[in-house]
Write a protein that binds this ligand. Structure first.
Ligand code: HAM
Length: 438
């Protein structure tokens, strides 16, 4: 009987693991330098945590089970409700602002497709306790800083930013009552997946009397805050109905400019976000070619802590998945930094020197060099072939001269240049001698 991995679940062979680790290391490095502290959480939560707080989108994608005591559990599909639960439990003890990050492995029972699996890693950055657009800007800055670090430029990716308070202000401005706002926002969120004609039909049927789809489209097409302000009166929306949220967005843009990242950012009211808990600024990061689903998404969720039984504490953050990111980096050929190869391969030029090879390998490894050797005694040609298959930058050749004078040959595999070096000199500064200076 042959076994396969469960549908949508992922095997990480070493070459996949190298990419994943490279991403995880980058996420961690960038988080730490922006002042975030790492936390982690359980793989399972009580199902209620999600059914009550995340909204339908995620709940329909949950892997859930019943334990032996009859309790309904779910495998975590996202980190935000757990974060809210953990912070709420210690709300008074934790010094604020709380700036935390985590990189959990999550599961969602989605239909597997390019960029989407049933299991993925997700970088979460959240700031809790700051009711100011500067925290929203700092989260976006942290995301962009990581993207820059992996050489994704403003030509490759865009952060599309909107504000749910502005969406609601527009709906209210056209006389759509509060209790219909969730439905309207849900429809807007689906707009990208629906054909334009279908979207117009569905929208007009529900809300066309108050806000015809043509007018809505004119507002959604605004590519900057100022364009929106100019277009609004043309479709009959009064300035006083949106002054508040537009003021907040202008504030956000001032901070984005101070952080030096406005080239990556675009005002875009198409962004609503599927998760029910967002209350203010919302954003998504997209590949500019538009071929993949969102790389990251987030926003402000000022009520979530209260919803899980804690005090009301403002919060903002985002999640970025590893799958879409690595797909994009592969497409754009930006994964050059990833390597599973060895640095130094040590070979013996003559019989009887195997023990010396092992001694040199041991010394190199102690000096922090990734060093390998062949397990079988083979002729030099074969040993060199294996060294190059392993991607070795340098080969250290141990011959009789090592026995006589403690001297070895060092060959740079790229340039082909070969030189003689004393082993003591080599080990005194192995990295500079071998890897950097080769
Ligand atoms: P989300 O939009 O559901 O937000 O997910 C954020 C990112 O996780 C997506 O943009 C995508 O890169 C990745 N992702 C989501 N589902 C999958 C999947 N099935 N396969 C591969 N990647 C996926 C949230 O999860 C929010 N909790 C983020 C957040 C943190 N908001 C505030 N703080």
């Amino acid at each position: 009987m042959k076994f396969q991995a469960v549908k949508g679940m992922r095997d990480f062979y070493p070459e996949d693991m190298a990419i994943l680790n490279w991403i995880l290391n980058g996420w961690r490095r960038v988080s730490v330098r922006h002042g975030f502290q790492e936390y982690d959480s359980p793989v399972m939560e009580y199902l209620d945590l999600y059914t009550l707080k995340s909204g339908e989108g995620i709940v329909s994608e949950l892997f859930h089970l019943t334990d032996r005591g009859g309790r309904d559990l779910a495998i975590r599909p996202e980190a935000t409700p757990t974060l809210a639960r953990m912070v709420a439990a210690r709300a008074n003890a934790l010094p604020r602002p709380i700036k935390w990050f985590t990189m959990p492995r999550l599961c969602r029972a989605e239909r597997p497709q390019r960029g989407r699996g049933r299991e993925f890693f997700q970088w979460n950055i959240d700031i809790i306790g700051v009711d100011d657009a500067v925290a929203d800007a700092e989260c976006i800055f942290t995301a962009v800083d990581f993207l820059r670090e992996v050489h994704l430029t403003a030509d490759d990716v865009v952060v599309r930013i909107a504000d749910r308070r502005l969406h609601k202000a527009i709906l209210t401005g056209f006389g759509i009552p509060d209790e219909q706002h969730e439905k309207a926002l849900g429809l807007l969120d689906k707009a990208a997946k629906l054909e334009a004609a279908k979207m117009a039909e569905v929208w007009n049927e529900a809300f066309g009397q108050a806000l015809p789809f043509d007018s809505l489209q004119k507002l959604l097409a605004a590519g900057t805050i100022e364009e929106f302000v100019a277009v609004a009166p043309q479709v009959g929306l009064k300035a006083e109905s949106f002054e508040g949220p537009i003021g907040d967005l202008r504030q956000l843009w001032t901070h984005l400019a101070s952080f030096g990242i406005t080239d990556y950012c675009r005002f875009d009211l198409h962004i609503v976000r599927g998760l029910a808990y967002y209350t203010g600024i919302v954003f998504e990061i997209h590949d500019k070619r538009g071929e993949l689903r969102a790389l990251a998404g987030g926003g402000r969720f000022d009520n979530l802590l209260q919803l899980v039984g804690g005090p009301t504490i403002p919060a903002v953050g985002f999640g970025m998945g590893d799958i879409v990111l690595s797909e994009l980096l592969k497409d754009l050929n930006r994964l050059q930094g990833v390597s599973t190869s060895t640095e130094v391969y040590v070979v013996d030029a003559e019989e009887g020197l195997f023990g010396d090879v092992l001694k040199i390998v041991a010394d190199l490894r102690r000096a922090g060099i990734v060093a390998e050797f062949g397990y079988k005694r083979q002729n030099l040609g074969k040993q060199f072939k294996t060294a190059s298959q392993r991607g070795a930058k340098v080969v250290v050749l141990v011959g009789q001269k090592y026995r006589d004078q403690r001297v070895v040959e060092v060959k740079d595999m790229q340039s082909g240049q070969q030189r003689e070096v004393g082993v003591d000199e080599l080990l005194a500064d192995a990295r500079a001698q071998l890897v950097a200076g080769a």
